[in-house]
Write a protein that binds this ligand. Sequence first.
Ligand code: PGA
Length: 252
Amino acid sequence: MRPLIVIGNWKMNGSLASNQDWVKTVARGMESGMPAGRKFVVCPPFPYLSQCAGMIKEHSLAFLSLGAQDVSAQSSGAYTGEVAASMLKEMGCSYVIVGHSECRLLHHEVDEVVAAKALEVLDNGMTPVICVGETADERNSGRAQEIVCGQVAKQVSVLQDRLADCLIAYEPVWAIGTGKVASAQVVQDMHRAIRLQLAEFDEDVASHVGILYGGSVKPDNAVELFAMPDIDGGLVGGASLNPQDFLAICQA
Ligand code: PGA
């Protein structure tokens, strides 16, 4: 049985003061108990990891884990501006998002780099959250499954058995931050296709890997999405900035 996982991706948002309020509100909300068999993760920007790790500890938030939004594909050395997986581990991270479409677009990140980042994360004892997804043009031309399964196949070719320790996040680029959520059935169909792609490599791995959906997840669509058999949770951007909305999605 795969656990339901909700990951909040703050992107480039937050401040020392607002982060404090966020954790306090979430702590209060989680105190009254959370549904069993679920995992919750928050991914603040790098400079706030230490602050958030401290607050999670201070509030004894056993339900909430810390994650990062990106990582270097290298382990150390002359890479100005980059952050190594070992550093994220030291800061208390358990999860790291890799291959987010914003990184693929802005940093021209290709599948090989995404896989190298995932390996760094795994080698440092954390869980990579590998993002895949098609653009609006790719969907409109009927190539959505081909594109997404192609991205998954590239990860399989590098990561092989180690995929069992990864999460995959299906994030259609046209649904990110646009309010245009893909229908639960469209998402379910894609998640099924991803699982079948994984099963071509190994059925056991395919049945273990959690596949999350991301793209305008909100409290009012989370229930329907999470009820689908192959949707194992959500990667939530905009709505995760509001602690009440994040809590509502965690409870969906
Ligand atoms: P969104 O972002 O929820 O704001 O659409 C999701 C993501 O990019 O991870």
